[in-house]
Design a protein around this ligand. Structure first.
Ligand SMILES: Cc1cc2nc3c(=O)[nH]c(=O)nc-3n(C[C@H](O)[C@H](O)[C@H](O)COP(=O)(O)O)c2cc1C
Length: 307
C-alpha cells in the first residue's frame, strides 16, 4: 500500500523508531479504539495506529460524565477503560496482523513492574508492531503522568520495559513535566526508540449552575486545536533535546498543522480529537501533505532541520 506513487514514502515505508509506518500520519491512542470501529476512515492513509491504553487487567475507567466540549477542543476523563492484555492478545492482535499498517499498544501501569510485565506479555505477539509507553495519562489516581513528570521515574519505566521486550519502545510524554527536555533525555538514555510529544493538558470545567465539576473525575485532559501551539513548542523542545525520532501530537486537524510539527523537528505525527469531528481527518491530512510534497516525494518538513 505504500509505494512510490503515494508521494510520501518513495523508498518504501517510513522507518520511525523501529516501526515501519505506511505514511507519516498515525491515529493517536484513545481516539481510534482498537481500530475496529472506524469504518469511515480511509485506511490507506493511515501510517499506523496506537490502540486505546491498556493495563494488565480489564479496567472500568472513570465515572461519567467523561467528555466536555470546550472552545476549540475537548476535555476527557475516560480513565483508561479497557479490556486488559489477554483480550488484546486473543481478540485484537490477530486482526491487526492482517492489516496493512502497524499497530502499537499503549501501555499503562500503576507500578514500574506492571509496565514491564505488560511489555513481556506482548513481546512476540503477531500483530503488535511496537509499544507506546504511556507515562502521561492525567486521568488515573495512580501511575500515569506521575511517572512522566520526573526524569528518574520516566527512565525507570523505560528501562524496565526495554529489558522485557524486543519490540520498538516509544515513550509518550506529558506536558505537565517541569522540564520536558530532561524527561526526554532520560527516556532516550534508558533505551527508548522514539518519543511521542505530547499527551493532553490537565484542565477543569465547572457547571456554573451547580458549582460542580462537569467531569466525573473532576479534572480531565484537554485536547484539540486549542493545545496545538503549546504542543508544537513542546515537541520542538523534545526534538532539540534528543537524537531519537519524535512523533508530534496535539491539535492536528489540517495538513498545515501536521507540517508545523514536521518543521518543528518531528518525524511523524498522530491525529486524535480531529477524528471525532471528521472520521476521515487522517485521510484529509495525508492527502494535503501529498499535494505539498517535494518532487522527490518527501514531505517538506522532512527536508528541513528543526527551526
Ligand atoms: C477521548 C480521548 C482518549 C484518550 N485516551 C488516551 C489513551 O488511552 N492513551 C494515551 O496515551 N493517550 C490518550 N489520549 C490522548 C491522545 O492520544 C492525544 O495525545 C491527545 O488527545 C492530543 O492530541 P489531539 O489534540 O490530536 O487529540 C486520549 C485523548 C482523547 C481525546
Amino acid at each position: 500500500m505504500s509505494d512510490a506513487r503515494d508521494g510520501l514514502t518513495p523508498a518504501g515505508p517510513l522507518e520511525v523508531g523501529g516501526v515501519h509506518l505506511a505514511t507519516p500520519v498515525m491515529a493517536a491512542s484513545g481516539t481510534f479504539g482498537f481500530g475496529t470501529e472506524v469504518p469511515l476512515c480511509d485506511r490507506r492513509a493511515l501510517g499506523g495506529m496506537v490502540c486505546k491504553g491498556i493495563f494488565l487487567e480489564p479496567r472500568a475507567g472513570a465515572p461519567p460524565p467523561r467528555i466536555v466540549e470546550t472552545p476549540s477542543g475537548m476535555l476527557n476523563a475516560i480513565g483508561l477503560q479497557g479490556p486488559g492484555v489477554e483480550t488484546v492478545i486473543r481478540e485484537y492482535a490477530p486482526l491487526w496482523a492482517t492489516w496493512p499498517f502497524p499497530v502499537l499498544v499503549n501501555l499503562n501501569g500503576e507500578t514500574v513492574e506492571e509496565y514491564a510485565e505488560l511489555a513481556a506479555r506482548l513481546d512476540g505477539v503477531a500483530g503488535v508492531s511496537g509499544l507506546e509507553v504511556n507515562i502521561s495519562c492525567p486521568n488515573v489516581e495512580r501511575g500515569g503522568m506521575l511517572f512522566g513528570q520526573d526524569p528518574d521515574l520516566a527512565a525507570a519505566v523505560t528501562a524496565a520495559v526495554r529489558v522485557r521486550t524486543r519490540l520498538p519502545v516509544w515513550v509518550k510524554l506529558t506536558p505537565a513535566a517541569g522540564d520536558i527536555s530532561a524527561v526526554a533525555r532520560a527516556c532516550e538514555e534508558a533505551g527508548a526508540d522514539a518519543l511521542c510529544a505530547v499527551n493532553t493538558f490537565v484542565g477543569m470545567a465547572l457547571d456554573v449552575r451547580t458549582g460542580q465539576p462537569r467531569l466525573g473525575f473532576r479534572t480531565g485532559g484537554l485536547s484539540g486545536p486549542a493545545i496545538r501551539p503549546l504542543a508544537v513548542y513542546l515537541a520542538h523542545r523534545v526534538a532539540q533535546a534528543v537524537r531519537i525520532p519524535v512523533i508530534g501530537i496535539g491539535g492536528i486537524t489540517r495538513p498545515e498543522d501536521a507540517l508545523e510539527f514536521l518543521l518543528a523537528g518531528c518525524r511523524a505525527v498522530q491525529v486524535g480529537t480531529a477524528t471525532f469531528v471528521d472520521p476521515n481527518a487522517i485521510g484529509r491530512v495525508v492527502e494535503g501533505l501529498r499535494r505539498r510534497s517535494t518532487p522527490d516525494g518527501a514531505p517538506p518538513g522532512h527536508r528541513l532541520r528543526p527551526a
